[in-house]
Design a protein around this ligand. Structure first.
Ligand code: HAX
Length: 424
C-alpha cells in the first residue's frame, strides 16, 4: 500500500475516536442560530456542517489544514492533496510515490473519448468535462465493493481508490477536451517522468519553451484546490456523496455547480469583462474604468471577480496570481488593466453600497495569466478550476466516508410555517 493510504489508515481511527468523544461530551451544545433572513438567504453563515480539509476565515482567506494558502504557493498539487487528506505535508519521497501512483492510473478509457466526440461541437467544455467524469462511473471500485457487501468502516478505502483514479485522469481529459473543442490537433500523450501539473501543461500543447506556463499551471492548481465545505460545489459533492453515491457521481454533480456564473464560471466572465472594457475604452485609465464599472452596475449586472459570500478581504489567491503575473510579465496589457481594475472597483462597489465584500476574489486575476500564455478560449477557464477543485472535493469525500457522515437531510419549512412562527 502506498504511503497516503497507510497514513490515512493510521489517522482515521484517531479522528473517529476524537469526534466520537467530542459528540458524546458536547453533542447538545448549540453552535448556530438560524434567522428568517438566513432561511430565505441561501443559509449564509449558518454553521451546520463540518469540513476539516480547509477553512476560510473572512478576514484572512483560505487556510489549508491551518496553513495559509500563500505559504503553499511553491508546492505541487500532489503535496497539497496529501496535506488535504492527512493534515500533514508529505516527505519528498511520499510526494514522489503519490505522483507515480497518479501517473500509473492516468490512462483514460477509450469510451470516454467516443462519448466526448459524439457531443455537439458547441457543447460547453464544463459540460464535456462533467459528462466524461460521469461516463466513467462504471469504473467505480466503491460501487463494486458496496455490492459485494463491504464493511461500513472500510467505505473510505475504495472511495480513496476512486478519487485517485479520477484525479489521475482529469488532466488528460481536460487537455483532450481543450484540443478537441478548439481544434488544436490530436491529443498529446502524458509523459511518465512529469508531475501531475507538468503533464497537464504538456498535454494542453501550449508553447512553453522555458517551463513558465507549467509553473503557472502548478500554482493555479494549488491555489484553487479547496475552499471549505459550504460553497456550491463542495457542498454538492458532500450532499450527493452522503447518499453513498460514488466519487464519479459526486464530483461530476459538484462540478455542474462550479459551472455556474456566480461560482467557477466567474473566471471566464471576468476576463471577458476586462476585454470588453478594453474594447470599450481603448486605453484603460482609472477614470474610464470607473465609468465602465458603473455602467455594469447600473445595467443590473455584477462586476465579475469581485465580492464573496464569505471573504471580507482581498482573496490571498488573487494576490498570489497577481504576484506571479507581476513577476513574469508586468508589462502585459491585460495584467496592467487587471491592476487598475483592482485599484478602482473596490471603491466603486463601496459607493454602490450593496456588496458585503468589495474586494477581488480568485477569479479576478486568473484569466489574465492564462490569456498571457496563449490560452485565449475563455469558455475553457472553469475547466482549469475544476481540475484543481477536484482535489478538495475528493479529499472531503474520502474523509466524510471515513467519518461515516450520515446522509444529509436538513429540514425545509414553508412560508406559512415561518409566518406562524413569527406571528405575522
Ligand atoms: N458586483 C455587483 N454587485 C454585487 C457584487 C459584485 N461583484 N457582489 C455582490 N453584489 C451584490 C449582490 O448581487 C447582492 O445584490 P442584491 O441585494 O441586489 O441581490 C448584494 O450585493 C449583496 O450580496 P453579497 O451578500 O455581498 O454577496 P453574496 O454572498 O450574495 O454573493 C457572490 C457572493 C460571489 C455571488 C457575489 O459577490 C457576486 O455575484 N460576485 C460576482 C461574481 C463572482 O465573482 N463570483 C465568483 C465568486 C468566487 C467563486 O465562488 N469562485 O468560484
Amino acid at each position: 500500500m502506498a504511503k497516503l493510504q497507510t497514513r490515512m489508515a493510521q489517522l482515521i481511527p484517531e479522528w473517529r475516536q476524537e469526534i466520537r468523544t467530542l459528540v458524546q461530551a458536547h453533542g447538545d451544545t448549540k453552535i448556530s442560530d438560524v434567522t428568517v433572513a438566513q432561511a430565505y438567504g441561501g443559509m449564509r453563515g449558518v454553521k451546520g456542517m463540518v469540513c476539516d480539509t480547509s477553512e476560510v476565515p473572512p478576514d484572512v482567506g483560505l487556510l489549508i489544514r491551518g496553513t495559509p494558502i500563500a505559504e503553499l504557493a511553491d508546492r505541487t498539487p500532489e503535496d497539497v492533496f496529501y496535506l488535504l487528506c492527512t493534515g500533514e505535508m508529505p516527505t519528498a519521497r511520499d510526494a514522489r510515490a503519490l505522483q507515480q501512483d497518479l501517473a500509473e492510473r492516468a490512462r483514460v478509457p477509450a469510451y470516454v473519448w467516443r462519448v466526448l466526440e459524439a457531443m455537439p461541437k458547441d457543447s460547453h467544455p464544463m459540460c464535456m468535462f462533467d459528462t466524461a467524469i460521469l461516463a466513467m462511473e462504471r469504473e467505480s471500485k466503491f460501487r463494486d465493493a458496496y455490492y459485494e457487501g463491504m464493511n461500513k468502516l472500510d467505505y473510505w478505502k475504495p472511495t480513496l481508490e476512486d478519487s485517485l483514479d479520477l484525479i489521475a485522469k482529469l488532466p488528460a481529459i481536460a487537455a483532450g477536451i481543450y484540443r478537441m473543442r478548439y481544434r488544436k490537433g490530436p491529443r498529446i500523450s502524458p509523459k511518465k517522468d512529469l508531475t501531475w501539473s507538468q503533464n497537464f501543461a504538456h498535454m494542453l500543447g501550449v508553447k512553453d519553451p522555458d517551463g513558465e506556463f507549467a509553473d503557472c499551471m502548478r500554482l493555479y492548481l494549488v491555489l484553487h484546490c479547496d475552499h471549505e465545505g459550504g460553497n456550491v460545489s463542495a457542498h454538492t459533492c458532500h450532499l450527493v456523496g452522503s447518499a453513498l453515491s460514488n466519487a464519479y457521481y459526486s464530483v461530476s454533480a459538484a462540478l455542474n455547480g462550479l459551472a455556474g456564473p456566480l461560482h467557477g464560471l466567474a473566471n471566464q466572465e471576468c476576463l471577458k469583462w476586462v476585454l470588453d472594457l478594453k474594447k470599450a475604452v481603448g486605453q484603460p485609465t482609472h477614470d474610464n474604468i470607473r465609468k465602465f464599472a458603473w455602467e455594469t452596475l447600473n445595467s443590473g449586472q455584477v462586476v465579475p471577480g469581485y465580492g464573496h459570500a464569505v471573504l471580507r478581504v482581498t482573496d490571498p489567491r488573487f494576490t498570489c496570481l497577481r504576484d506571479f503575473g507581476m513577476k513574469h510579465f508586468p508589462d502585459d496589457p491585460i495584467m496592467k488593466t487587471v491592476n487598475i481594475v483592482f485599484e478602482v472597483v473596490p471603491d466603486v462597489l463601496q459607493q454602490h453600497g450593496k456588496a458585503k465584500n468589495i474586494w477581488p476574489n480568485v477569479d479576478a486575476g486568473s484569466g489574465a495569466l492564462l490569456y498571457h500564455y496563449g490560452v485565449k478560449e475563455f469558455s475553457f477557464y472553469t475547466v482549469f478550476f475544476a481540475v484543481s477543485r477536484a482535489l478538495g472535493m475528493a479529499s472531503q469525500l474520502v474523509i466524510n466516508r471515513a467519518m461515516a457522515t450520515p446522509i444529509e437531510r436538513p429540514k425545509s419549512v414553508t412560508t406559512t410555517w415561518i409566518k406562524k412562527q413569527v406571528g405575522a
